[in-house]
Design a protein around this ligand. Structure first.
Ligand code: SF4
Ligand code: SF4
Length: 268
């Protein structure tokens, strides 16, 4: 059973990866159902998520069958002369969006286990830094902003390097092959930066936990710089994933520096 927060995260990702490109959305949507446009994304979201979670396969057919079973089988429109929702057309990107959220959640859980496993902090209260770390881990894993990439203005938002590589292999047009090949390389670089930034953040937490403040700050700074270098841009309105961790570690380091030193006790 999904919590409201989990449901909201899946829906937000589908809105970002699918609805933003959907040609069938009514004016003013989404949400589309109140505007008279029924869509499985809104009517059957928990079932749709179950349908994707029931399958782990490279091929599309098992996913399609799972959707028929979990979603369409209970839909009032199943036996009508046409399906009013664009779910068939958008099902691939919907699967991608759901699996992206799954990967993020997995990384967040790993991050949570990581900070829980750290020994108790030695010098300062690291509650803020721990919170910042747990909030950020798994948030940025690849290209999650709109692009106009290459000659074909590809929007790579939500695409992985592996998916772009498949597109390059399947493409027949020379220009498409060239663009998808370049996109795969660029996406791989973005994914690598995201992963390195996450490693730097983990190192920052380990160092902070040991009271090694300058080392912790340096790792947190590198995490922020890797995000800049990947081009995950502030001008697209995305907040920097690791900036709050950097700020929290800096604050904790300053607090520690301000702590009064223990007065030497005089003997005799
Ligand atoms: S019709 Fe469905 S896929 Fe299209 S915008 Fe509305 S909810 Fe999203
Ligand atoms: S039966 Fe048609 S309208 Fe209903 S969820 Fe499936 S694709 Fe959408």
């Amino acid at each position: 059973m999904l919590t409201d927060t989990e449901r909201d995260e899946y829906l937000a990702e589908i809105r970002r990866q699918v609805c933003s490109h959907c040609k069938e959305k009514p004016e003013g949507g989404p949400p589309c159902a109140p505007l008279g446009k029924p869509c499985g994304v809104e009517l059957y979201l928990p079932e749709l998520i179950d349908a994707v979670h029931a399958v782990h396969d490279e091929a599309m057919e098992p996913y399609r069958q799972s959707k028929e079973k979990h979603v369409c089988a209970r839909c009032a429109y199943l036996h009508s002369c046409f399906c009013p929702c664009p779910l068939d057309y958008w099902y691939g990107p919907v699967i991608q969006a759901i699996e992206n959220v799954d990967k993020r959640r997995e990384r967040r859980e790993r991050g949570h286990r990581f900070v829980s496993g750290l020994p108790a902090p030695t010098k300062a209260d690291l509650a803020e830094a721990t919170l910042a770390y747990e909030r950020a881990v798994g948030l940025w894993t690849g290209c999650d902003w709109t692009t106009q990439f290459g000659n074909l203005d590809l929007d790579l938002n939500g695409w992985t390097a592996a998916e772009a590589e498949s597109m390059a292999v399947e493409a027949t047009d020379a220009e498409e092959v060239e663009d998808w090949t370049a996109a795969a390389q660029w996406l791989a670089q973005v994914e690598q930066n995201a992963s390195l930034a996450e490693s730097q953040a983990a190192l920052a937490m380990t160092a902070a936990n040991a009271g090694e403040w300058s080392e912790a700050l340096e790792h947190a700074r590198r995490a922020v710089l890797l995000e800049f270098a990947a081009g995950r841009p502030l001008w697209h309105g995305l907040p920097l994933t690791w900036q709050p961790l950097f700020n929290a570690i800096k604050d904790a380091a300053l607090r520690t520096a301000d702590e009064p030193k223990a007065e030497p006790t005089s003997v005799g």
